[in-house]
Design a protein around this ligand. Structure first.
Ligand code: HSC
Length: 592
């Protein structure tokens, strides 16, 4: 077994290498070994300087997220980072790949940072519902100023190495073999004193209004999220407090977030995205076809927005109006994506013509998830190559891939690889009218409309769902304001916030569970990821089924059963999966 951390001497420079594939996360074993190696290297008089580098594709991409939520194991990451800061010989961090989160925090406790071209740096903790908890909120403002630090820590986006150098986050971008160049760098600085410690600097507040402005922008951009506001507080501590006290404040804010349901939900989404990318029932070695060029059919803005996604990924694309374009233009394309509107009969006719016009093995895709894909495929002689592709919405990160009864594994693999090229996550589901995303959107918005029809004020329903975390866009699509009330005297019926929320969200949970009953989605995680990425379900609630686990499937089931008894409508009939979980006190994601 390879050692997690090694020390190799290069003359008077010690090269410390972390080797913990795939992303060199700072797992417990790495922390133990790193502390031990740094301890012995620091007492070694033959070593004048150290370099910390990583094997494999990247520098440390952060703390080990899998350890979060479990009892902490000593030494924790802040202990390792602060030990590094106390060393009396220069340490150079050699960055490549993605130096993220705890990885960047480790590098910031080194005295120098050098990086290979193409390296990306960032503090994405906020996207996991936490904040940089190993000194990042205290060191980054000291190194690059408060405004730039807030942008990195509250925004969570990765930055290029060029930008990092311009900000002062890295000292040099090196050509050639990174470790050799970093060792050379270490040799050059071996005798320089005092050691440039970031912790010894003061955080500069360039603009006294920066916190107020950032808080205002954060309310607009991150409404409902806790972590961005805690990030602001932690950075404020870097200005207001001495370094050591700032660390204490950072730790307290970090712990609050770590134990929050929001962070649990956002971590669930992080791992969920990676799990959903590995579909059930499709072997990972199924070959994908090359998609050299694509045609999008349609003349509405959506068709152009979809075409823009291909163009942005540098996939040659043309948009054709299926009403007027000669289909001879389609003879050489590898994928035709129909994004035009129309009923099933028209689609069957259209796909039969596409089948004639396109070359063998070209994929024929429909973006309509509300039609019967199998019936469309049956109108062609290539049902194996007919598939549903929903970029919902085109600007989002989701590609819902709908597999028909006869769609081949190769067509699915091709669609999923296309998702990666487009920078989107492809989630494979079974093609049934509505797919997953559209059907779930329809369900909660129908319930919201029903509340309005029964007399609830549209603004009231919208406000409750908005406070839960749905976006204004999603609510606008539900068009509650144009819903007709059934009562003759208009909106009179008082509704509690709780009733509105339970009816809409539990209807959504029940429908999600039905998608599992019907095997439209293979796993709860596929549904949660589709809802978060494609249907504006708030990431800090983790998706409808994660949320149901937080509330308790039994409580959801009891509400659904009771409501079904009262109204008798078929769509409130409890899902057998939900009923089974309630009976066994189980959860969608296993027992607690
Ligand atoms: C952090 O660092 C907190 C610290 O500030 C403070 C901690 C203080 C604690 C104090 C305690 C008192 N951990 O994405 P990919 C897995 S928070 C564990 O498919 P790519 C991933 O699940 C962290 N596992 O690859 C997958 O596993 P699978 C901040 C991690 O090339 C495999 O690695 N850092 C992991 O598309 C490959 O991942 C981040 O948020 C991690 N940190 O992208 C960065 N990171 O094969 C998170 C990845 O079993 N990571 N895995 O499915 C990423 O953004 C992406 O993985 C990369 C690579 C861009 C690194």
């Amino acid at each position: 077994m390879t050692e997690l951390v090694t020390l190799v001497r290069h003359g008077n420079v010690g090269l410390v290498t972390i080797d913990n594939p795939p992303v060199n996360a700072l797992s417990h074993g790495v922390r133990v070994a790193l502390l031990q190696v740094l301890g012995s290297a620091s007492g070694d008089d033959e070593l004048a300087a150290l370099v910390i580098a990583c094997a494999g594709r990247t520098f440390v991409a952060g703390a080990d997220i899998k350890e979060f939520g479990r009892p902490p194991l000593a030494p924790d990451l802040p202990e390792v980072v602060e030990f590094l800061d106390t060393l009396e010989k220069p340490v150079v961090a050699a960055l490549h790949g993605t130096a993220l989160g705890g990885g960047l925090e480790l590098a910031l406790a080194c005295h120098y940072r050098v990086a290979a071209k193409g390296t990306k740096l960032g503090l994405p903790e906020v996207t996991l519902g936490i904040l940089p908890g190993a000194g990042g909120t205290q060191r980054v403002p000291r190194l690059i100023g408060v405004a730039a630090a807030l942008e990195m820590i509250v925004g969570g986006a990765l930055i290029s190495v060029e930008k990092a150098q311009a900000l002062g986050l890295v000292d040099a971008v090196l050509d050639g073999e990174l470790t050799a160049a970093a060792i050379e760098h270490a040799r050059r600085v071996a005798d320089q004193r005092p050691l440039p410690r970031v912790s010894a600097r003061r955080a500069t507040l360039e603009d006294p209004d920066v916190f107020e402005r950032c808080t205002k922008e954060t309310h607009e951009r991150w409404r409902g999220y806790l972590a961005p506001f805690h990030c602001i507080e932690a950075v404020r501590a870097a200005v207001d407090l001495p370094f050591a006290e700032g660390l204490v404040r950072e730790r307290a804010l970090f712990q609050e977030l770590m134990s929050s349901s929001q962070s649990r939900a956002q971590r669930h989404v992080f791992f969920g995205e990676r799990e959903a990318a590995k579909p059930v029932g499709l072997a990972s070695d199924v070959p994908a076809r090359e998609l050299g060029s694509v045609a999008v059919l349609g003349n509405a803005p959506d068709a152009f927005a979809v075409a823009d996604c291909f163009a942005a990924a540098r996939i040659p694309v043309r948009v054709l109006d299926p009403g007027s374009a000669p289909f001879t233009e389609l003879a050489d394309v590898d994928l035709v994506l129909d994004a035009s509107s129309g009923e099933l009969a028209e689609k069957r006719e259209l796909f039969a013509r596409l089948d004639d016009a396109c070359k063998p093995l070209a994929l024929l895709a429909s973006s309509a998830s509300d039609l019967d894909l199998d019936a469309i495929a049956a109108a062609t002689r290539r049902a194996r190559d007919v598939i549903g592709l929903r970029l919902a919405p085109p600007t989002g990160r989701l590609l819902e891939v709908l597999r028909g009864r006869d769609t081949s594994a190769e067509a699915c693999a091709t669609a999923l690889r296309l998702g990666k090229r487009l920078g989107k996550l492809g989630v494979l589901v079974t093609a049934k009218p509505g797919g997953v995303g559209q059907r779930l959107f329809a369900r909660w918005s129908r319930e919201a409309a029903e509340l309005v029809a029964q007399g609830a004020h549209p603004e009231h329903v919208e406000r409750v769902l908005y406070d839960f975390g749905f976006t204004r866009d999603a609510l606008a699509r539900a068009r509650l304001a144009s819903t007709q009330t059934q009562s003759s005297n208009g909106a009179a019926h008082g509704r509690s916030d709780r009733e509105i929320l339970e009816r809409c969200v539990f209807a959504l949970v029940n429908e999600s569970a039905r998608l599992l009953d019907e095997q439209v989605a293979a796993r709860p995680v596929d549904i949660d990821v589709i809802c978060v990425l494609g249907q504006a379900f708030p990431a800090y609630r983790g998706g409808p089924l994660f949320y149901a686990d937080e509330v308790g499937p039994t409580s959801v089931f009891e509400f659904v059963r009771e409501y079904h008894r009262n109204v008798g409508s078929e769509e409130w009939a409890p899902s057998p999966t939900l009923e089974r979980l309630a009976a066994s006190r189980g959860r969608f994601y296993g027992r607690p």
